[in-house]
Write a protein that binds this ligand. Structure first.
Ligand code: 6PG
Length: 249
């Protein structure tokens, strides 16, 4: 039986970033102690930027940077110098500011004209890094996610074909509302993680958070992320949590 999500409500956005950084450091040290490395998939969007900046501001010795492997859970189909690029945001906020070896950073080749080819190449990167046999899924130590007001997560949008994918690790997923492909981890990859941490902040996320955490059934993509052998933690600020019932508050 999958454990219910753990929900931690922080008084401010700064407290949320600090809580995220504390979790990241603890999980990284545990993973390196137990398995010699920490494989983490970063989220895109804007909320995580503050967390990445907080991690970049830590004393360098706070983390075993040379044993951390960075991936992206999803990427827009744009060049890496585009303001839309998740890699660009993570590079500017964190990866360019910490002593992580360049060979430990695995980005999507989102500049490829063919989004499917970019997805297949990234899928091969995962298979190689995790030394996967056919049919196996990677077990990330941590996957960071956000949720959109429509309940999407990574680039798995409500009604998109990618939600049905059960075999592939990474796909190009057509997003009707944006009229573009995005490259994204599939639900099986998200649900094989040891730890998934969602970050959500702001009043605009209050309705979706109530639906995701307290709504009946599981129809929204963010509700479908429930790792059966992993820990699911929602780090939210008071504004995003403002529509939750007192049991969560
Ligand atoms: C992306 C993200 C996406 C994001 C949500 C929430 O590529 O944009 O992967 O899933 O996490 O849209 O974004 P905010 O945290 O910026 O609201």
């Amino acid at each position: 039986m999958t454990a219910p999500p753990e929900v931690r409500i922080l008084d401010s956005l700064e407290d949320l970033f600090q809580a995220g950084a504390d979790e990241f450091v603890r999980l990284a040290k545990d993973a390196v102690r137990d398995r010699g490395k920490f494989a983490v998939a970063l989220s895109g969007g804007s909320t995580p930027r503050g967390l990445y900046q907080r991690l970049a501001s830590l004393p360098p010795a706070s983390l075993p940077w040379d044993k951390i492997a960075f991936f992206l859970g999803d990427e827009r189909h744009v060049p890496i110098d585009s303001p839309e690029s998740n890699y660009r945001m993570a590079f500017e906020a964190l990866l360019s500011k910490v002593p992580v070896p360049r060979e430990n950073i695995f980005r999507v080749r989102s500049e490829e004209q063919d989004a499917d080819a970019a997805a297949q190449a990234y899928e091969q990167t995962l298979k190689t890094f995790f030394n996967l046999k056919p049919g196996e899924f990677p077990r990330f130590d941590l996957i960071l996610l956000g949720t959109g007001p429509d309940g999407h997560t990574a680039s798995l949008f409500p009604g998109s074909k990618g939600l049905q994918e059960k075999d592939r690790l990474v796909i190009a997923n057509w997003v009707e509302k944006f009229q573009t492909d995005r490259i994204t981890f599939t639900l099986p990859v998200l649900n094989h993680a040891r730890n998934v941490i969602f970050l959500a902040s702001g009043h605009e996320k209050a309705p979706v958070l109530r639906q995701v955490l307290e709504g009946e059934g599981a129809t929204l993509p963010s509700q479908l992320v429930r790792p059966p052998d992993g820990r699911l933690l929602w780090l939210v600020d008071r504004a995003a949590a403002s529509a939750l019932t007192p049991s969560h508050s």
